[in-house]
Write a protein that binds this ligand. Structure first.
Ligand SMILES: Nc1ncnc2c1ncn2[C@@H]1O[C@H](COP(=O)(O)OP(=O)(O)OP(=O)(O)O)[C@@H](O)[C@H]1O
Length: 247
C-alpha cells in the first residue's frame, strides 16, 4: 500500500536562500510523526510545502501514491489533507458555533448550498463541538476563549472537513500549562481513536513523548534525523544541533 504521504528530494528557496533542502520521507497510514528543530529550521515552511501553500521548487510530493506536487491547497484538501497554523486564525467577535457552522457550510460544496439554513448544519456542529470538548462554549465569542480553547476551536474547524492527514503547527503555542493535558488528550484521541494520520510541529518534548511514533529533526532546512523518539534523543548529531540543549 502506498504511504499516505511521501516526499522525495523536496526543496524550497526564496530570494536566493534555500529554506527547505532535499527533504525525503514517507508516512504510513495512522502514523504520528512529530517535527522538532530550532527556530527557523524550516518546519513551518515544510508544512507549507506539504499542504500546497507554496510550491516545491525541487522534488516531488505524493498523497496516497498520487503526485500532488503541482496541486494547490484545495486539491490536496480534497485528498484528505488538512492543517492548522502556528498563529490563531479565528474571528474574535464570532461565536464558537458560528466558526464551526461556517466551516461546515464551506465544506458542504457549491455556493448555492451556502444559503441553506443554519439549522441544516446543527447536528454536525454539535457533534464536532462535543468531540472537541467545546459544547459548553458554543455561544461564546472566540475572542473570549482561553488559549487552549482557541486551539481546540481551530481543531474543531479542521475536523469539519474530516481530514485523514492532519498537519498541526505548534498546537500548544500560547497554551497555559494547565490546559496542555486536555489539548494533548484531544490530539491523542484524534490520532488513536479516530485513526487519523498526524504530522505535528511541537517544541515541547514532554508533550511529544506520549504521542509521537517517530520524531523528525529539522536543522537549517534539512532533515537531520527521523527515527523513534528514543533513538533520536540518543543521536549525537541531533544533540550537537541543539548546541547541548537538553531535548
Ligand atoms: N516567505 C519567506 N520569505 C523569506 N524568508 C522566509 C519566508 N518564509 C520563511 N522564511 C525563512 O525561512 C526560515 C525557516 O522558517 P520557518 O518558519 O519555516 O522555520 P520554523 O522551523 O517553523 O521556525 P519556528 O520554530 O520559529 O516557527 C527562517 O529563517 C525564515 O525567516
Amino acid at each position: 500500500m502506498a504511504p499516505v504521504l511521501r516526499l522525495d528530494g523536496v526543496g524550497w528557496s526564496v530570494g536566493g536562500a534555500t529554506i527547505v533542502d532535499d527533504v525525503s520521507f514517507a508516512v504510513r497510514e495512522g502514523e504520528f510523526l512529530a517535527f522538532i528543530g530550532p527556530n527557523g529550521a524550516g518546519k513551518t515552511s515544510l508544512f507549507n510545502l506539504i499542504s500546497g501553500l507554496v510550491p516545491a521548487v525541487r522534488g516531488s510530493i505524493a498523497l496516497d501514491g498520487a503526485d500532488v506536487t503541482a496541486d494547490g491547497v484545495a486539491a490536496r484538501a480534497r485528498r484528505g489533507l488538512g492543517r492548522t497554523f502556528q498563529t490563531s486564525s479565528l474571528w474574535p467577535a464570532m461565536s464558537v458555533a458560528e466558526h464551526v457552522r461556517l466551516a461546515a457550510q464551506a465544506a458542504g460544496g457549491g455556493s448555492y448550498r451556502l444559503w441553506r439554513r443554519a439549522a441544516a448544519y446543527a447536528g454536525q456542529v454539535t457533534g464536532v463541538l462535543e468531540r472537541t470538548g467545546l459544547a459548553h462554549r458554543a455561544g461564546a465569542a472566540a475572542g473570549s476563549l482561553s488559549h487552549g480553547e482557541k486551539r481546540k476551536l481551530e481543531l474543531a474547524v479542521l475536523l469539519v472537513g474530516e481530514p485523514r492527514l492532519m498537519l498541526l503547527d505548534e498546537p500548544m503555542a500560547g497554551v497555559s500549562a494547565e490546559e496542555v493535558p486536555a489539548l494533548t488528550a484531544l490530539i491523542r484521541s484524534l490520532h488513536r481513536d479516530e485513526g487519523r494520520t498526524v504530522l505535528m510541529v511541537e517544541h515541547h518534548m514532554d508533550v511529544l513523548l506520549g504521542l509521537a511514533d517517530r520524531l523528525a529533526v529539522m536543522h537549517h532546512g534539512t532533515l537531520l534525523a527521523l527515527d523513534t523518539p528514543q533513538a533520536v534523543m540518543a543521536d549525537a548529531t541531533v544533540q550537537s544541533a541543539y548546541l547541548g540543549e537538553a531535548l
